[in-house]
Design a protein around this ligand. Sequence first.
Ligand SMILES: [Zn+2]
Ligand SMILES: [Zn+2]
Length: 340
Amino acid sequence: MTQHLQSKCIKVSGAHQIQVTTTEIKPIYNNDIIVKIVRGGICGSDIHYYNHGGIGNFSLQHPMILGHEVVGILPENKQTVAVNPSKPCLQCKYCLSGKSNQCLNMRFFGSAMLNPHVDGGFSEYVVVRDDQVIPYNNEIPSKVMVFAEPLAVAIHAVNQAGSLVGKRVLVSGAGPIGSLVVAACKQAGAIEIVSSDIQESCRESAIKMGATSAINPLDNHDEYFADKGYFDVSFEASGAISAIHFAIDATKATGTIVQIGMAKGDAPIPVTKFLAKELTYRGAFRFTNEFEVAVRWLEQGLINPLPLLSHEFSYKDAEEALQTAGDKSKAIKVQLTFGE
Ligand SMILES: [Zn+2]
Ligand SMILES: [Zn+2]
């Protein structure tokens, strides 16, 4: 096939500035391959770039292709593939010790952290390094497999906690990531999984994904605070300061809290409670080999992510899709189709 392609793609150039435009696809290195994208999932970071023209400390310096949750096919043989959006250097001290999510030279799809920015996967075609492509059984629908990336984030968070067999677990925040953490905790052997979210629709999706119960943290929950806490492990997927405090109070002395949600600014943390309860506080950032684990879990049907899929749009309607995805009262996970 031709090595230079024109590809329709979705570019963001600032807050509320989105265009369906054309980019040129050209492999550069010997191990570069072209993937024809079939479907993509819109993630919180995509919504941030669209709403604010940036995320955290990084603002857009030039137009960038959005998207990091994509699956597609190899044009030459129609093999279905999940695309790992992380491209670590494989040479730095973190890569060499199996911690590629901490890579010093990471190139992650659809991220303005580097300048020039790394383009994302919301494009008819993308060029990736061959190890970013994970073939999967073509009988699995793309709408299922496109959850591989957020599920990898969830499985990585679970791995940060150690064994969950027989554990009582709190999952705070029940957006797509929190709900997938619920499912991953169940798969990992937790005996009780309490989901906590202020939004009723989110609590419902956590129940669908396997939570034992779902609570509103604004209600009274003294039962979880008695005797220095109730949960062996808490996953904090909301990033809300009040939710971090809830997790600290509801986690047993000597228990573990895994922080997945990005907090706004510098969250004040009650250091004395950590010390007195001898809590372990661990971060969870993206994933390493959990991406392939997520592909296999989805391939084998160990987790059904479809209760989280709320809307599908053609990529040509990207703006409407991003607006819908940003309205958490009606959307959970919004997917874009690129024509199968
Ligand atoms: Zn994502
Ligand atoms: Zn590296």
